[in-house]
Design a protein around this ligand. Structure first.
Ligand code: COA
Length: 175
């Protein structure tokens, strides 16, 4: 049998998400601090949201869909966050969230380093970027620690339910 896809860094495993991760996702993603800082996560975030999204992902994994890779962040045997990269030619765009009990321990910095190193190799990308709301100091710091540089500030760029938010663009190029 084919070995399931995984990436490892210390106690952290990145792996394909399963339908059985819905409970864990609903526990950690149902957080206003996550909804406020992300583009599209519903709030409140219910198990039904997780289940519908996980069903879409199962299909994509099976079809080996090549335009994005979304992975669960597993610690102590359960999913505590998600990181994904959307692919567009030789460019990738990162998005991520982590459950609040795990914040401030350097976890996302490790995860971003791990996935970007893999994606540069696997997809032969030239650049990986991330769009961060200008008030999200923690996420900007994660990217800086993971070797990204601030490329631009786009004023009133992201339309979130009718509210225009300033966005920072961070980028890392293949070495
Ligand atoms: C942003 C997020 C992913 C960070 O994950 P994390 O594992 O806590 O990040 P790390 O521990 O690797 O690093 C966080 C850094 O930001 C700093 N930080 C966090 N909040 C901060 C704040 N309000 N002001 C200043 N620094 C802050 C931490 O001190 C740390 O930097 P340091 O190591 O120099 O002290 C997590 O808080 C999260 O999921 N937030 C909600 C969703 C989100 O913002 N997603 C990203 C959308 S672009």
């Amino acid at each position: 049998m084919k070995k399931p896809f995984t990436l490892h860094s210390g106690p952290i495993t990145l792996r394909h998400l399963r339908l059985s991760d819905a409970d864990s996702m609903a526990t950690y993603a149902n957080d206003r601090g996550i909804a406020r800082n992300t583009a599209a996560l519903p709030s409140p975030y219910r198990k039904s949201h997780a289940t519908s999204w996980l069903k879409v992902l199962q299909r994509e994994y099976r079809q080996k869909k090549a335009d994005r890779l979304h992975l669960g962040i597993e610690i102590d045997g359960h999913i505590v966050g998600v990181i994904g990269i959307d692919l567009d030619g030789q460019r990738g765009t990162l998005g991520y969230w982590l459950g609040r009990p795990y914040w401030g321990q350097g976890i996302m910095t490790r995860v971003v380093r791990l996935l970007t190193a893999y994606a540069f190799r696997r997809y032969r990308l030239v650049r990986i970027d991330a769009h961060v709301f200008s008030f999200n100091i923690g996420s900007a710091r994660v990217l800086e620690k993971a070797g990204f540089k601030r490329e631009a500030l786009l004023i009133k760029h992201f339309n979130k339910r009718g509210r225009l938010i300033d966005e920072l663009i961070y980028v890392k190029f293949r070495r």
